[in-house]
Structures are given as C-alpha cells and as structure tokens.
Ligand binder design. Structure first.
Ligand code: SAM
Ligand code: TMP
Ligand code: ZN
Length: 408
C-alpha cells in the first residue's frame, strides 16, 4: 500500500472529497474459514486541482486484485454480451477490414469481445493478467497473454506482431494507476492512423446519480472528457471522439489517436463544456455529492433496519464488486441481508468481502424467495427486473439506492 497524495498523472495536489473508511478488496470473496485474513485499506477519492483527474488517495497493489482467483466474468450479462459483440462488429467493418489488420485488447477477461474478432479470422491479442479468466478466453479460440499491460508489454507486442490498428479497453483503463506507462505504451504500439478506444464509468454520471459505489479498489480513476484530454496530451496523443454509453450506470467511450492524425469530432468540445457547466471539479459540487452519499447511507440503513424489525426477509441480487463499498460503508451484514444471489460459480458458497453475507447461486432467489431484493447489480436493472418479473408478480419488491433509496 503506498500513499498517493499527489496526482498520478500530472503530480498536482489532490483534494480529497469523499472517504468511505476501511474497505476490503471488492472481488475477493472469502470462504468462511478465510475471514480472519482479509485485506483492508482506506478507500477515499480526491480530485487533482491541476488536471481535474479523479483518483483514489491510496493504491492497492495490483497482484492482490488481479490474479488466478479473480472471479469477475464479463459474459455474465446478456446486455453486456450484446454490447461487446456490437463494438467488435463495428471494428470489423471500419478499422479491421484489411487482411493484415491487428487489434489488441487490454483486460480481455473471458474473451467476450475478442471472440468475435477470432471467429472473423482477424489477428488479435488479449492482455489479461488474471489467469482465471484468461484461460476461459483461450477456450473460445482467443489469443491471450497473461500479463499486466504497461510500456514494456507494448514493446513486446510490437516486436511480436507489429503496430496495432485498434487498441481497445473496456472497464480496464480506470483500473490501472500507472497510466503514464500505459499511455507511453499505447503511443509506441499504435499504427500512425490507429486508435485507442476505451470505455469506463463516467464521473459526471457518478455525480449526477450519486453513484458512489462506482468508487472501490479497482476503480482507481474516474474519468471525464476534460481529464482524459489533459492526460492524452502529455503523451503526444489526442482525444478525438467521445460517445456516451448507457451500460454500467453511465460510461463514456473515448477515442485517442496520435496527435494531429485525426480531426477531433465536435462532440469532444461539447462534452467538455457540459462538464464545465456541471462544475465537476468545484469544491461545492463535490461537497454536495458527499452530503448526498451520507444521506443515501442513512436512508438505506433506516429502511433495512425497519424491515428487519418487521420480520421481513431481505436478500440482495448480484454480488457485484461495487456493492462492497455499499455493504461496508453502510455496515450491512447477514443480520440485515440474509444472502446475495449471483450467477458466478467462483463467488458462490463464499462470503461477500468484509460484510460476510453468504453468496448463493442464482436459483436461491427462486427456491427461497425473499420479501425484498436489494439490487446490488443496479447497473443491470433493466435486464434483471425483466428476467425476474415473477418476483414482483408474486408480491416481492426491489430496493434501489442509486440515485436514492427507493422501494419498487
Ligand atoms: N473488459 C472486460 C469488461 O469490460 O467486462 C473486463 C473488465 S474487468 C472489470 C477488468 C479487467 O482488467 C480484469 O479482467 C483484470 O484482470 C484486467 N486488468 C487489470 N489490470 C490490467 C492491466 N494492467 N492490463 C490489462 N488488463 C488488466
Ligand atoms: P458487474 O456489475 O460488475 O457487471 O457485476 C455483476 C454481477 O452480478 C456479477 O457477479 C454477475 C451478477 N449477475 C447475476 O447474478 N445475475 C444477472 O442477471 C446479472 C446481469 C448479473
Ligand atoms: Zn493531475
């Protein structure tokens, strides 16, 4: 654990705006006998007063988070499977339509995106440090190196395969504190007209929706168009396009290219103006966000305590990484939330990090129906609520807490 009182991008001073206290690793689900040796750290976030990049005040060592026990599977949501097939097809029809085209994906996980390129016979490479998920991608015919991407990896890829026409990263760049090394590597790896396309949770949406659980160990950065533009410029790269995405509670897909190689779309300046109008880097905006977060916590604890006193059964839906922040910040344990159901085998039979709520298979939601379901996977609300319509038809109710506490 190293303290990071200064901005990892520009070395400017960081101003802390929220503190969630002691938190566990969000994706390490202990077995009952492992609860004694859980790793904790202090989770707080700050904004750089010089370049506006939002980042954690402390960094968790990467090997603790991403290793051969990493449980998260990208293919766990049907909406996300479609989302990744769609972007793969877009790449195939635009930037990867030459016979020798080459694409690299950082954080390729179980191969949900690259399998479409592999099936189309396109030269590709996934860089994925978590062996548990990399192996699944290989099973789908995807080429993967089990490594953390950084500058030296870019050089090795260049030696082995040459320049990349597309480098893609979904929900991965924001996980990498050593952004300078990654962007140096991208600069080295990209072909002269190549693009680096990445999508991550959007800080403007976090603030707009009080989506405080987007802040956890793995989400080291929370990007805005302004902060990405500033970071790119330090490495001879340029932000040339932005696209708002509805997935995961609100994301932006950014396109970087070599400076001057492409004309920037008007949407870039427009999004930056919107961010300025929201006052995202102003002290008052971030103080108001922190005040709302504390109010959500108080409302949620009050509601769950009341339901418990009334003898109602509450279970949670989706053992998401982001729910680690909610459960630990709000002090939710098995006394208030009986179990959490999740489709991921590697999480089942274990306990939620720090809060120790038992994780059960998805079927438990049907065989042991609770009165209330706390929607930990609120970012997949539409998909889940449609799939579980019977729960409501039978009198069950959903509890949401983003953007505020609501029973529906
Ligand atoms: N791209 C997938 C998606 O959007 O569903 C996976 C996202 S998952 C939240 C983040 C992934 O990034 C993990 O599979 C993790 O192992 C990987 N990762 C973490 N650090 C990395 C690095 N330095 N280079 C490449 N991948 C990394
Ligand atoms: P995510 O929000 O990081 O994508 O994590 C979603 C978690 O929720 C993951 O562990 C899979 C789980 N999940 C279900 O159990 N059922 C579902 O229908 C969906 C969409 C996700
Ligand atoms: Zn900075």
């Amino acid at each position: 654990m190293s303290e990071t009182p200064r901005c990892r991008v520009c070395d400017g001073p960081l101003r802390e705006f929220i503190d969630f206290g002691r938190q566990p690793l969000s994706n390490r689900f202990p077995r009952p006998y492992q609860v004694e040796d859980e790793y904790f750290f202090t989770l707080s976030a700050g904004i750089c007063e010089s370049c506006t990049m939002v980042q954690l005040m402390r960094e968790v060592p990467r090997d603790r988070m991403f290793n051969d026990e990493y449980p998260y599977l990208s293919s766990g949501s049907e909406v996300m499977r479609e989302h990744f097939t769609e972007i793969a097809q877009r790449f195939l029809s635009t930037r990867l339509n030459r016979s020798d085209a080459f694409a690299v994906e950082l954080g390729s996980n179980d191969g949900v995106m690259l399998k479409t390129l592999a099936e189309a016979g396109v030269r590709h490479l996934g860089i994925e440090p978590s062996e548990s998920v990399a192996e699944r991608a290989r099973g789908r015919g995807v080429q993967v190196w089990t490594e953390f991407f950084e500058e030296s990896t870019a050089e090795a890829i260049l030696d082995a395969e040459g320049h990349a026409d597309v480098v893609y990263a979904a929900n991965t760049l924001c996980h990498i504190p050593y952004l300078h090394s990654v962007l140096e590597g991208i600069k080295t790896l990209l072909a002269p007209s190549g693009v680096f396309v990445f999508e991550d949770p959007y800080f403007a949406d976090v603030v707009r929706h009080t989506a405080f659980d987007q802040i956890y160990d793995e989400h080291y950065y929370l990007f805005t168009a302004r902060s990405v533009q500033a970071a790119a410029a330090r490495y001879g790269l340029e932000l040339v396009d932005v696209e708002r995405l509805p997935v995961h509670g609100g994301e932006v897909r950014y396109t970087l290219a070599h400076a001057g190689a492409h004309t920037a779309a008007p949407g870039v300046a427009e999004l930056i103006s919107e961010e300025d109008a929201l006052g995202l880097s102003r002290r008052e905006t971030l103080d108001a966000f922190a005040t709302k977060v504390a109010a959500v916590r108080d409302d949620l604890v009050r509601l769950l305590t009341r339901l418990n006193e009334q003898g109602k059964r509450v279970a949670a839906y989706g053992a998401t990484a982001k729910s680690a922040t909610v459960a630990n910040y709000c002090g939710l344990g098995p006394d208030l939330v009986e179990f959490v159901c999740d489709t991921t085998e590697a999480k089942q039979g274990r306990l939620t990090p720090g809060s120790h709520i038992p994780v059960r298979p998805a079927e438990a939601f049907h065989t042991d129906v609770p009165d209330y379901a706390l929607l930990f996977a609120w970012n997949h609300a539409e998909e889940i609520m449609a799939k579980e319509q019977e729960f409501r038809d039978a009198g069950g109710a959903w509890i949401r807490y983003i953007p505020d506490v609501n029973v529906l």
